[in-house]
Each structure stands twice: as structure tokens, then as C-alpha cells.
Design a protein around this ligand. Structure first.
Ligand code: FEO
Length: 169
């Protein structure tokens, strides 16, 4: 059975993962209005990944005999100055998520919850990948600058990203 402190930490993180899904959905809408369909696709994969992250914890809390109680999801930002600004915001957000996953691991270690430590290792590794993916696109956008052809070439590349349902835990 999951301990109360660990359960509370997981419920808080489920809310943050659902907020991430909501934020990326908002960014998807931003790119749809710019008619950058490759960026729309990239954000859509991101949305699905965040949903999977939230559901992984949702299922885990229940599996450990806990109770999932959902809270309100914060309203996400709706506007950015440019695709570059969007990706700067994503990287900042993912760095914040990494810090929250690390805090969750701290609770697992403090409460000597070895099962939660093993489960959370997946999320620790996933955050490395998340930051690297976002950082890669951000670096390309910085190189592109105001070059419209470069932006369209990147849009084509981002159209190829596909969602793979992760096996969490
Ligand atoms: Fe759920 Fe992008 O971290």
C-alpha cells in the first residue's frame, strides 16, 4: 500500500502532467493558426506523451491501493511571439517538470518506498529524453532565425514525428 506522503506527491504530479498536456494542446492550437502542420504534428505527439505520463502515475497509484483525486487544471498560456519563443517556453517547462520528478524521487527515498523508486526511474530517464528532444528543435530554430525557407524545411521534418505508446515503469 502506498504511503500518504507518496500518494499526495503522485497526485500533485498527475495534475502537472495533465497541465503539460493542456499547455502543449494550447501550443498545438497556436501552430495550427500559423498553418505550420509539422509543428502541429510535433505538438500532438507531445500532448499524447504527457497524457501517457499522467496515466502511468494514475494507474500506478491505484495499483498500489491509493485513491486518485483529480484537481482543477490551470489555464495554459495561449499566445507566443514566435515558434522560437514557444520552444524556449517548452524547454523551460520541461526543466521545471524534471525538477518536480526529482522532488518526487526525494519523497520516495525519504519514505523508503523502493517500489516507487523503481517506478520513478522510468520518468527520470524520460525527462533526459524530453529535454534533449526539445533542445534539438530549439537549436535548429535558433540557427534558422528569420529564414522562412529554413522554417518550412523544419516544419517538414517535424511532420515525421510519431507517437509510440510508452511502456512505463
Ligand atoms: Fe511529462 Fe514532458 O514531461
Amino acid at each position: 500500500m502506498i504511503n500518504e506522503k507518496m500518494e499526495k506527491a503522485f497526485l500533485d504530479q498527475i495534475n502537472k502532467e495533465l497541465y503539460s498536456e493542456y499547455l502543449y494542446l494550447s501550443m498545438k492550437a497556436y501552430f495550427a493558426n500559423l498553418n505550420l502542420q509539422g509543428f502541429v504534428n510535433w505538438m500532438d505527439v507531445q500532448v499524447q506523451e504527457e497524457h501517457a505520463h499522467a496515466m502511468g502515475m494514475f494507474d500506478y497509484v491505484i495499483e498500489r491501493g491509493g485513491r486518485v483525486i483529480l484537481e482543477a487544471i490551470e489555464k495554459p498560456e495561449v499566445d507566443w511571439q514566435s515558434p522560437l519563443e514557444v520552444f524556449k517556453a517548452i524547454l523551460k517547462h520541461e526543466e521545471y517538470v524534471t525538477s518536480r520528478i526529482n522532488a518526487l524521487m526525494d519523497v520516495a527515498e525519504e519514505t523508503k518506498d523502493r517500489a516507487a523508486i523503481a517506478f520513478l526511474n522510468w520518468y527520470i530517464k524520460e525527462q533526459v529524453e524530453e529535454e534533449a528532444n526539445v533542445g534539438g528543435v530549439l537549436a535548429q530554430l535558433e540557427l534558422i532565425g528569420d529564414d522562412k525557407n529554413g522554417l518550412f524545411a523544419l516544419d517538414k521534418e517535424l511532420a515525421t514525428r510519431t507517437f509510440v505508446q510508452p511502456v512505463i515503469g
